[in-house]
Design a binder for this molecule. Structure first.
Ligand code: PXG
Length: 504
């Protein structure tokens, strides 16, 4: 039996490793053909490091997908989840529940800004976004204002991948493949202004109020404010490449929403749980929205869980204005507040309380900022943005080669044992809040070396096939992928079993 054997490109010349059958899994948000030709697989994680399938330690510069603030492999969470699994695996989520759901809600409410203490559980950031939008629409309806049914998002906003989220979202590539959006949607401008603010450290000083005023002057004039249900924004736009709002901007949005009776939703899926050096972005910017969505860090990325926190008045409006015995909000998921997720969330919040991870992030943020901005002046670097323990490095766009520079940087870093994210022409760094100073140095030094070596190689530096050692190896790579697919299609099950044996 020909098992697919592939050499993963590493500078360490690791021996050939056996890969799983890669044909069945449709990898999300990934260039599947490219990835399967050059896979990056992790088999273990502890603290701030992954172990790759070829047994290298890879420093996690992204906290997974922004979702592992307390570091990997936290024993406290594993124990809590394992115990819960053996005690109560599942309780029906509708018309019945279990005590831990209420305890988790109480803990999440206590972690939220004051007043946002009614908690609806979901299973992801996408579900949290759609849940928040539905609550906003239903809220106005239950209050007797059904014509308040328009939703406003922001250009370059990311609110997950469900239909509500992509409708208010503003990343074109995530929308255009999926036909007609929801009706009654509009977008305000994003606050990224590289021309004026390039290489700003932290929050840009100028332009915030004027930009927020556009919401009132342009968008609301077009729609009639009395028809707008909610505005949804991320306090700091993460997925679109670390867009830090200018001073006064979010405060002004808050004032405008309040003036016109529009609910303000902060999507804190990335900014929640200490990322900015405060519990939430709302705390960092001292702006209290009506609804906060979160996910990711809520369970330290261990079990899928999201939450939507609403102001008590919103919850009360549903309770007071619904017919006796009626379901006040016909919405929810089979796995809303599933016991293991509640156990993971409580254990995560215990870790945050014991280790004061927000304060730790705040304490490191200056050091992190200096390290990030030390990359200023390197070839191709057009802007560096940062806030808390987040940094974005934006490259000059290369005509006809979108993302080539960021992708090459990402690959080079991976080869050098650092995991970063690339999105468009931007590299994003968002390590676990447990990161150490020497690890921060290593992340940015490695990125700097990667940028220099790619730039020194000219056009060839942007050809990802060259990250394999030579053309012959690339050809082998391609061939083994072809074999992998052929083999797996003829003997899928057998193959899969072999592959799994090698993985565990
Ligand atoms: N809202 C925001 C603000 C997000 O950042 C979601 C909603 C959706 O969450 P789920 O759990 O449905 O994926 C997100 C997710 C990246 C990256 O590297 C960002 C996200 C997800 C994956 C990668 O920028 N954000």
């Amino acid at each position: 039996m020909n098992e697919p054997i592939l050499k993963v490109a590493t500078p360490l010349q690791t021996p050939a490793i056996k890969l799983p059958n890669m044909s069945n899994y449709w990898v999300p948000f990934t260039a599947n053909r490219q990835f399967k030709a050059m896979p990056r697989l992790f088999k273990a994680a502890k603290g701030n490091y992954f172990t790759s399938i070829d047994d290298r330690q890879i420093l996690d510069g992204t906290a997974g997908l922004w979702c592992v603030p307390a570091g990997h492999g936290r024993e406290e969470i594993a124990v809590a989840v394992a115990h819960q699994l053996r005690t109560l695996d599942y309780a029906p989520a509708f018309q019945s529940s279990h005590p831990l759901a209420f305890e988790a809600a109480e803990r999440v409410a206590a972690y939220m800004p004051a007043g946002l203490d009614r908690i609806f559980f979901t299973n992801s950031g996408s579900e949290s976004a759609d849940t928040a939008l539905k609550i906003a629409l239903a809220y106005h309806r239950v209050c007797g204002n059904p014509l308040r049914n328009k939703l406003i998002g922001r250009e370059r906003g990311y609110h997950g991948v469900n239909f509500g989220g992509i409708a208010v979202g503003g990343i074109a590539g995530n929308r255009k493949a999926f036909g007609n959006s929801l009706a009654g949607i509009d977008h305000i401008r994003h606050p990224l202004d590289i021309a004026n603010n390039a290489f700003t450290r932290g929050v840009p000083e100028d332009g915030g109020v004027a930009l927020a005023n556009e919401f009132e002057q342009r968008i609301m004039t077009l729609h009639d404010p009395a028809t707008v249900a909610a505005l949804i924004v991320e306090p700091m736009q993460g997925s679109a490449g670390v867009i830090v709002p200018p001073a006064g901007y979010l405060k002004r949005l808050r004032e405008i929403c309040t003036k016109h009776g529009i609910l303000l939703i902060f999507d804190e899926v990335i900014t929640g749980f200490g990322r900015l050096g405060t519990k939430f972005g709302a705390d960092y910017f001292d702006v209290i929205p009506d609804i906060i969505t979160c996910a990711k860090g809520l369970t330290n990325g261990v079990v899928p869980m999201g939450a939507v926190a609403v102001k008590r008045e919103i919850y009360d409006a549903f309770m007071e204005n619904s017919a006796a015995g009626a379901i006040e909000l016909p919405h929810g998921y089979t796995y809303s507040a599933i016991p293991i997720a509640c156990a993971a969330a409580i254990a995560t919040l215990d870790i945050f309380a014991a280790e004061k991870l927000e304060d730790r992030a705040a304490g490191l943020s200056q050091y992190f900022e200096s390290a990030a901005h030390s990359l200023k002046g390197l070839p191709m670097v057009k802007d560096i943005r940062n806030i808390g323990l987040v940094a974005g490095i934006e490259f000059e766009a290369i005509a006809g080669k979108p993302s080539a520079m960021s992708f090459a940087t990402y690959l080079k870093c991976y080869e050098s044992g650092i995991h970063v994210r690339y999105t468009g022409d931007i590299i994003a760094i968002s390590p676990p809040l447990t990161i150490e100073k020497h690890e921060i140095d290593r992340i940015f030094n490695t990125i700097a070396e990667a940028i220099k070596s790619i730039a020194a190689a000219g056009d060839a530096g942007l050809d990802f096939t060259l990250y394999l050692k030579n053309e012959q190896e690339w050809a082998m790579h391609q061939q083994s992928i072809a074999e992998d697919i052929t083999i797996s299609e003829s003997a899928n099950l057998h193959h899969k079993n072999i592959a799994l044996e090698h993985l565990v």
